[in-house]
Design a protein around this ligand. Structure first.
Ligand code: CTP
Ligand code: MG
Length: 232
């Protein structure tokens, strides 16, 4: 009998890209002639082809997505979910609609992080199988200052006390279900591991990748276009 867990992938693509200056919905911007979110899913599909793929979209973009799938002949089988007001609700609604077995693994990934490597995905799976969850992080390279309300009131802080979290974050199904079903004031959290730390210690971190950055603002988008030919 195979000991490999079944994997469910949740691709978050229901944001509206407010930090992009003009055009929003960055998940549909074209890199190498294909929407970013398609690159993200296709890359994962090549690494974990037996996984169930789920995509979370803004309700008003669902038909647009279906048309994109036809236009780009996008054949990865997937289920579509309607997004929520915030990332938290996009994940919560999707998790509550999916059927898991206890030991299945759930991958939660930002659609706008297409530059991860196969090695990162394999390391995340191995580590989550052993520890129940795994989360990629990177060290901070620049010096760091803490703002006290505004830019005129800042103080230096020791960067070695901080880490940046990335996605995919991977969880055994029972853990992430529990995290999203708890009645606590968590709706401002911007990643998923933040929700398990109330009842899991220690948090299992592995080294992520600098290239696995989130396309968030215009500069990220310009960088993404430059590196795409070599890294997609
Ligand atoms: N996301 C989502 N549902 C939301 C908000 C965000 O599925 N209600 C997704 C985004 O589509 C993105 C990922 O979460 O893939 C990371 O979020 P972020 O970079 O913040 O994207 P946006 O929310 O679209 O951008 P912004 O915060 O600038 O508006
Ligand atoms: Mg956002």
């Amino acid at each position: 009998m195979s000991t490999k867990p079944h994997i469910h992938v949740i691709i978050l693509a229901a944001g509206c890209g407010k930090r992009m200056p003009k055009k929003r919905f960055k998940q549909f911007f074209l890199l190498e002639k294909k929407p970013i979110v398609m690159h993200t899913i296709l890359k994962l599909f090549k690494i974990i082809p037996k996984a169930n793929f789920n995509i979370v979209l803004p309700e008003k973009k669902i038909n647009y997505w279906k048309n994109l799938c036809k236009k780009y002949n996008f054949l990865v089988p997937h289920t579509i979910f309607k997004g929520g007001e915030t990332r938290f609700f996009s994940v919560k609604n999707t998790i509550s609609s999916l059927c898991f077995k206890q030991n299945d693994l759930v991958f939660i990934h930002d659609s706008v992080r297409p530059f991860f490597s196969k090695q990162l995905i394999k390391r995340l799976i191995n580590s989550a199988q052993k520890k129940g969850h795994s989360v990629p992080v990177i060290e901070i390279k620049d010096s760091l200052r803490r703002k006290n309300k505004n830019i005129d009131n800042t103080i230096s802080v020791d960067r070695s006390n901080f880490l940046l979290t990335q996605t995919p974050q991977v969880f055994r199904a029972e853990i992430i279900k529990k995290a999203y079903s708890r009645k606590s004031n968590q709706i401002k959290k911007t990643d998923d591991v933040s929700l398990i730390e109330e009842f899991i210690f220690p948090i299992n971190l592995i080294y992520g990748e600098e290239l696995n950055f989130k396309i968030t603002n215009q500069k990220d988008w310009e960088l993404a276009q430059i590196i795409a030919p070599n890294f997609l």
